[in-house]
Design a protein around this ligand. Structure first.
Ligand code: PLP
Length: 391
């Protein structure tokens, strides 16, 4: 087996021997391998765990993003603007571009690394159709003011929860506040299905659209009444080959769902440990040198953030040297590699930036994250913090 070259990697082996055994048993004893009873079961258990009515499993978090924006297009038409964060992930933006919307960037706040009420309010205009909030690195970006504002403006609200499985705002899990929420189960996340994602909603008609879009636009998974509507309206079509919307094929295999059903059993205990590690990390980092004033209430830490207070290339270089010497894997720019507006993929498309992206740029140039996993030892965290405090 490959041995990691890091003593502290972004993620430790996330697939246990028990998981592998469940996968082997499933493969040896099953005949159905795609989008079937195991996917349905995982969707059901996931909905219950999260506290939503419906979940639709797809083959990645990125495709969960695409599915959610396809729904915005169905409700709001073929053009307009969608507010997105500069810190997040490429698919939060590419999904907007590829559905013909204009992404509008506004700055994030340092305490959550995410958009907030002020930044969203500044970016909204009559052409705004929806808002994508990414709860970066597991921090809660919800506020009552923000929710009220989005409702008043009748905007479609998407929460990208790919980095915040199990995080809460007050008593409710993140992912229950938006019209839709997206999750990733990629290898390095709080739990994994190897590749995989989920879109969740409390809205019955959004749920129908999500199922259609996930599977070619076919009506096979639709409710009986929807199937009847289409067969009456399109009498020359075979009901098994009625394509209601211009959909994708982004279905999950049963194998990924089998792993999801195993992994969700240890998700809550994993999150408790991640939270402990983050608290220890922030308590031991020097607040004179690093930004430590994060909104930790309700977090489900995805990774441990390290952001300089000072704009110093020398200190940032020293920090990276310490991490390299200690064998600690890290990602500069924090979530998604930093400020998305600086990326080449955007440069041939129309996009807007509202105000200055000062915080996003600061995070891009002087921020990074390192792995947070349940197996980290208290001593390991404290020792690294004291070395970093000397940079
Ligand atoms: C916020 C966010 N959204 C979407 C994704 C994409 O998920 P996936 O890698 O499963 O496609 C990621 C991936 O890490 C992410 O962090």
């Amino acid at each position: 087996m490959d041995k990691s070259k890091y003593s502290w990697s972004l993620i430790n082996n996330n697939i246990s021997d028990n998981d592998k055994e469940s996968l082997s048993n499933f493969i040896l004893n099953s005949d159905r391998f795609t989008n079937g009873p195991k996917v349905r079961k995982f969707e059901e258990i996931w909905s219950r765990w999260l506290g939503v009515k419906h979940s639709v499993m797809v083959n990645s978090g990125a495709m969960a993003n695409y599915l959610s924006i396809a729904v915005v297009k169905e409700y709001k038409g073929f053009e307009g603007e969608i507010i997105v964060p500069p810190i997040g992930w490429v698919s939060d933006i590419s999904s907007v571009l590829n559905h013909g919307f204009i992404p509008v960037f506004s700055d994030v706040e340092l305490g959550t690394l995410s958009l907030n009420y002020e930044s969203v309010k500044d970016a909204v205009n009559d052409r705004t159709m929806g808002i994508v909030i990414v709860h970066c690195l597991g921090f809660d970006a919800i506020s009552e003011k923000l929710i009220r504002f989005i409702k008043e403006r009748n905007l479609i609200f998407i929460e990208d929860c790919s980095e915040c499985h199990g995080a809460k705002h007050n008593n409710d899990k993140l992912g229950t506040f938006g019209d839709m929420s997206c999750f990733s189960f990629y290898y390095g996340h709080h739990m994994t299905t190897i590749e995989g994602g989920m879109v969740c909603t409390n809205d019955d008609s959004i749920y129908e659209l999500l199922k259609l879009y996930r599977s070619h636009g076919l009506t096979r998974e639709a409710t009986d009444s929807l199937k009847k509507k289409f067969s009456q309206e399109y009498q020359t079509l075979n009901p098994l080959f009625t394509f209601a919307v211009p959909g994708y094929n982004i279905r999950s295999t049963e194998i990924n769902a089998v792993l999801g059903l195993e992994q969700i059993k240890r998700l809550d205990s994993n999150i408790i440990q991640r939270r402990r590690n983050l608290t220890l990390w922030l308590d031991n980092l020097s607040p004179a040198k690093y930004f430590t004033d994060f909104k930790i209430k309700g977090n489900s830490s995805f990774a441990l953030p390290l952001i300089l207070l000072e704009k110093s290339e020398t200190v940032f270089k020293n920090v990276q040297n310490v991490l390299q010497n200690e064998g600690v894997e890290f990602r500069v720019g924090t979530a998604g590699g930093g400020n998305q507006v600086l990326q080449p993929y955007l440069q041939n498309y129309k996009y807007k930036v509202v105000g200055k992206l000062n915080n996003a740029n600061h995070i891009h140039h002087y921020g990074l994250y390192i792995g947070n996993h349940p197996e980290l030892k208290e001593k390991q965290i404290i020792n690294l913090c004291s070395k970093l405090n000397e940079c």
